[in-house]
Design a binder for this molecule. Structure first.
Ligand code: ZN
Length: 599
């Protein structure tokens, strides 16, 4: 029996897991039939070892591919089976929201599941036993779980969100695949929404396979074609007028009401000229989502949003088109290019701009266990001049009157010579995230604490910098501060994007948002500045119907203090309200004079 036949005869969707409860119908998502069937060991599918599915969302993958395969395995073709998700949390969610409802609502599956529960010292693995086999579910984050057992079937879900390395043991994908080595007739099923082209595993394996696309016939001329976003027709200003599809052969408009018939008559066609017969690879975008799931209008709306929102553009590419995004290469500054471009003034000296010395200095401070790193910047309106990078070495657990803290106090007194008056730091932002009680203790020791802003980086607030907040640091020091300690939340997500946008400005001239550097800064300096990328947050739910996915920043190298301190400088600039005075030279001069009086 093929999996699609088994599913049509035996599989029920529960109301808990599905928006369309009742008997499973392969005809609802006909493109899943071949994918399901090639997971069986019967001819003509017996030579296929690896099945790769690169997909957009709302195509029915979790129920149609993963759950049907597991139901078939448990009740019809038993074998040792493992399913791995990006994290323990994620796999538990799938077990609760998809697997358990599948088992309970399909009688032939339920009767095979052993009620005997294994005793295990770890609760990070989920076990299900059935006659002739077992099912193990675990997250890709725990190496010992991945290496725990030998299996014939391996399902790797959302591989593009797996960690690159699991606890120093190497790639979790390779670790898991290693578990199938004892079985000649193993089946490895790898599915994912792709993420970054730079690191995408699913894209790499899709390319290695026979690259199948689902071709559907035009209802007018009968020409078979794959559905592509470029052929969607809609009026941007008035989407409610309707969204249709233009046949790439006869150019006639196709209404979405024809989609059901087109999907039914569709077929998978391999497009790779040379491909291994052991790897099948499938691509599915959200335009194929059946009527009632995600409509062409939904896709068009998302497309419109993606044109004005650069974070959503990535989401759209990944989640709707099922394609990896190339933003990593295009939309992040290159350390190599910045290093090559270099700077024009000596480090530690205040440069002049339009014949006048820069007269407003800020500093951003990052605290590590063995050092404090500071980036000093000068500003003319929005233009940022990096003045110097300072590292104060010493154990930061020391008291405020000892190094490196005392050196930081001294820095607040430092005067930078200019052709006019000597210049000090107007305002400093220091990150309290690492050891808050030490930062607050140092802050309290200052003669003029007002020139230092204690900040805490956060990912999502509605502002760039929050109103002052109070923190009781009892959890860190054991002592309770009576009045609390004043600090500000800083929207580092927004500020990193802004720093990167400014660094990407490709101009020989100084623009109003330029960031300029001193000469002879090291390659390492620029590497640290360009050290982060935006990636999908691990907690994002792959089954989210709304299509909202959260992005977070991930360091692509170990050290990134330069980026952090740059972000604190820019946050400090906003914190001083400098943006409100940056429209003209006159306003800016006034602002600098007022600020200067407080020092
Ligand atoms: Zn046509």
């Amino acid at each position: 029996m093929l999996i699609s036949e088994w599913a049509d005869g035996n599989r029920y969707l529960s109301s808990a897991a599905s928006s369309e409860p009742g008997k499973w119908q392969t005809s609802r998502t006909p493109y899943l039939k071949e994918i399901m069937d090639c997971m069986t060991s019967r001819p003509p599918y017996h030579k296929i070892r690896r099945i790769v599915i690169m997909k957009g969302h709302q195509v029915g993958y979790t129920e149609g591919v993963l759950m049907n395969f597991l139901g078939y395995t448990i009740s019809h073709q038993p074998a040792p089976t493992m399913m791995v998700g990006p994290s323990e949390k994620n796999i538990k969610k799938i077990a609760q929201q998809k697997l358990d409802p599948m088992i309970h609502s399909s009688p032939v599956v339920r009767k095979n599941i052993s009620t005997y529960s294994r005793s295990t010292t770890r609760n990070t693995i989920i076990h299900k036993d059935f006659p002739g086999g077992f099912l193990v579910l675990c997250g890709a984050t725990i190496a010992s779980d991945l290496a725990a057992t030998s299996v014939k079937n391996l399902l790797l879900d959302e591989v593009d969100r797996f960690p690159l390395d699991t606890e120093g043991e190497g790639s979790p994908i390779e670790l898991a695949i290693g578990r199938t080595a004892a079985y000649n007739r193993r089946k490895i099923i790898m599915g994912s929404t792709p993420v970054d082209e730079e690191t995408s595993v699913i894209n790499k394996w899709f390319e290695a396979g026979d690259k199948r696309y689902y071709f559907v016939p035009c209802p007018h001329c009968g020409y078979y074609q794959k559905l592509i976003i470029e052929n969607l027709i809609f009026d941007k200003e008035n989407i409610d007028l309707g969204v249709t599809y233009k046949c790439s052969h006869c150019a006639k408009e196709i209404h979405e009401s024809s989609k059901t018939l087109m999907l039914e008559a569709g077929e998978w066609r391999a497009t790779a000229t040379e491909a291994s017969e052991t790897i099948r690879s499938y691509h599915l975008n959200s335009l194929y989502s059946p009527v009632g799931f995600l409509s062409w209008a939904d896709v068009a709306k998302a497309k419109i949003k993606s044109e004005t929102d650069d974070v959503f553009e990535k989401t759209f590419q990944n989640l709707y088109l099922g394609l990896p995004s190339t933003q990593a290469a295009d939309d992040f500054p290159s350390a190599g290019l910045l290093f090559k471009k270099g700077g024009t003034y000596p480090e530690g000296e205040v440069p002049t701009f339009n014949g006048k010395p820069i007269s407003f200095l800020l500093a951003g401070v990052d605290v590590q266990d063995n050092r404090i790193e500071i980036l000093v910047t000068g500003w003319h309106r929005k233009i940022c001049f990096v003045i110097e990078h300072i590292v104060l070495w010493g154990n930061t657990n020391n008291d405020a009157h000892q190094a490196p803290w005392i050196d930081l106090t001294d820095l607040l007194e430092k005067k930078y010579p200019t052709k006019g008056v000597d210049l000090g730091i107007t305002q400093m932002a220091i990150d309290s995230g690492y050891i808050p009680h030490k930062v607050f203790a140092w802050h309290k020791s200052l003669k003029n604490p007002k020139i230092v802003r204690v900040i805490r980086g956060v990912h999502s607030i509605d502002a760039i910098i929050s109103f002052p907040k109070l923190m009781e640091v009892s959890v860190y020091s054991g002592k309770k501060s009576k009045r609390g300690n004043r600090y500000f939340d800083l929207n580092t997500h927004y500020l990193k994007r802004e720093v990167y946008k400014r660094l990407l400005i490709d101009s020989e001239e100084i623009t109003e948002s330029s960031i300029l550097f001193p000469e002879k800064m090291s390659r390492e300096f620029y590497e640290q500045l360009c050290a982060e990328r935006m990636v999908l947050a691990d907690s994002a739910d792959p089954m989210d119907r709304t299509g909202v996915r959260r992005y977070k920043w991930r360091a692509v190298r170990e050290r990134n203090e330069i980026l952090d301190t740059m972000v604190y400088n820019l946050g400090c600039w906003y914190g001083c309200n400098a943006n409100r005075y940056s429209q003209s030279d006159e306003r800016w001069d006034k602002f600098v004079n007022i600020k200067g009086r407080f020092i």
